[in-house]
Design a protein around this ligand. Structure first.
Ligand SMILES: Cc1cc2nc3c(=O)[nH]c(=O)nc-3n(C[C@H](O)[C@H](O)[C@H](O)COP(=O)(O)O)c2cc1C
Length: 199
């Protein structure tokens, strides 16, 4: 079959993209608002884009209903900083709780029973229970699309500091079996690394 996105509602295109671009790592993003409220939410339109300088990208969609700007985006815009926390499979249910559409006054750390701890170089907290986190400074903000439903803002963030629990390390290398990262598929489906092989 052939599918031309211009002939269909964007939700269908979204479904195709989130089925073809799989599995996706989940950036569990912690931020703080200008008023000092901690925020936490998962984002899987996420990847690394450069190693020198170390830069990652995350895409934050505009909401269909008001307010269009998600809290994560508003907080990055207002403070310039965010932390990307890893999601091991064991924290999957807590991660889903933090994806609920909550008002800006809600602290999703409390909602999900997670512990905020201070970052070293940036003002927002990271998740104590997560075995790895990257402290990031916003480098660039790129509007993708014309402010209509399904359009996004792409954030490029420079990684200023990595936090790596000893429990996921073999020497100075991350052991992926110990990290046990959650992978996002389509709809409410997820996967984990079940077999690792070399090519
Ligand atoms: C696993 C997962 C991945 C998600 N990925 C994205 C994403 O890449 N972009 C996006 O805009 N929303 C994504 N969402 C939805 C947001 O997490 C959701 O809209 C959340 O309420 C935003 O919270 P905030 O307003 O506190 O930032 C994802 C949800 C889940 C469960």
């Amino acid at each position: 079959m052939i599918f031309d996105p211009s002939d269909h509602p964007y939700r269908k295109t979204y479904h195709l993209m989130t089925s073809l671009i799989v599995p996706r790592p989940v950036a569990w993003i912690s931020t703080v608002s200008a008023d000092g409220v901690n925020n936490l939410a998962p984002y899987s339109y996420f990847t690394g884009v450069s190693s020198n300088p170390p830069v990652l990208a995350v895409s934050i969609a505009r909401r269909r209903d008001k307010p269009h700007v998600k809290d994560t985006l508003a907080n990055i815009r207002d403070t310039g900083f965010f932390a990307v926390n890893s999601v091991p499979v064991s924290l999957g249910n807590a991660m889903v709780v933090t994806a609920q559409d909550e008002p800006p006054e809600t602290d999703e750390f409390s909602l999900a029973g997670l512990t905020p701890i201070s970052c070293e170089k940036i003002s927002c907290p990271r998740i104590k229970e997560s075995p790895a986190a990257m402290e990031c400074k916003m480098l660039k903000w790129v509007d993708v699309g014309e402010n209509h439903p399904g359009s996004s803002v792409l954030i490029l963030g420079e990684i200023l500091l990595f936090h790596l629990d000893d429990g996921i390390m073999d020497g100075d290398r991350i052991n992926l079996s110990k990290l046990d990262p959650l992978g996002r598929l389509n709809n409410n489906f997820y996967t984990r690394l079940s077999e690792i092989f070399e090519l």
